[in-house]
Design a protein around this ligand. Sequence first.
Ligand SMILES: NC(=O)c1ccc[n+]([C@@H]2O[C@H](COP(=O)([O-])OP(=O)(O)OC[C@H]3O[C@@H](n4cnc5c(N)ncnc54)[C@H](O)[C@@H]3O)[C@@H](O)[C@H]2O)c1
Length: 250
Amino acid sequence: MRLADRVAIVTGGARGIGRAIALGYAREGAHVVVADQDGATAERTAAEVRALGRRGLAVAVDVAQRAQVETLVERVVQELGRLDVMVSNAGISLPHDFLDTPEELWDRTIGVNLKGVFLCGQAAARQMVRQGGGGAIVNTASQRVESGDPRGVPYVASKGGVRSLTKAMALALAPYGIRVNAIGPGPTLTDLNRERMADPATRARFVDRVPLGRLGDPEDMVGAAVFLASDEARFVTGHTLYVDGGWLAG
Ligand SMILES: NC(=O)c1ccc[n+]([C@@H]2O[C@H](COP(=O)([O-])OP(=O)(O)OC[C@H]3O[C@@H](n4cnc5c(N)ncnc54)[C@H](O)[C@@H]3O)[C@@H](O)[C@H]2O)c1
């Protein structure tokens, strides 16, 4: 097993891509903390982790709130003893016409998708340094970093920020042996976009741009997220690994 006895936090781990990563990590031997603003659903995913024979803990947290993120890391250390992997995956997408995009939508999107990744990465890294260094941080960016989206300007800006933050944090944390990478999912069917994708024309427009001919499934993201957290990626840092069915090759 590639993550045997590691302690990992997965933010946004209650459902979708985060849930798939949480369960994928547990299958690889990790103990997983499911950190999500939806505490009830996080508890269900944590129970699935426990059913795989690992320790699974649910913590209700808003990743945009520094005090809550710090409490999260403190609680993980109290209950599980250490922290080896932080997956900063929680994110929101609120498509809107650019000319009418309200300032509040910009602030909320940047707050969760970018500031949240900063806060979680910083709190995790401080703990990893206290432990003597080493560890891995895996952020969730998006294939939209490279391809844009006219109806998702704050979202694309936040994810571009995640890519840059990943590089800068990788440099800041390399002296401590902490690696920082990101995955960049392509269009992946989750609750984030299920309503939008229910429209056959919209779905076809997305699928047409994916050379492998389908939308992604949350399970498709697990291999990359396991790799980046594992020792197999011991010489990989500052990288964004796009998992997009070939969209960006087109
Ligand atoms: N689905 C896609 O097509 C796609 C593509 C590229 C990138 N992504 C990114 O992948 C990540 C996961 O997305 P998903 O599709 O699984 O979405 P999802 O909506 O199914 O899951 C997101 C989870 O994050 C949680 N969350 C939201 N805001 C939070 C906050 N402030 N604090 C804590 N938890 C919070 C939600 O409760 C939910 O459980 C996001 O960062 C998203 O931007 C998704």
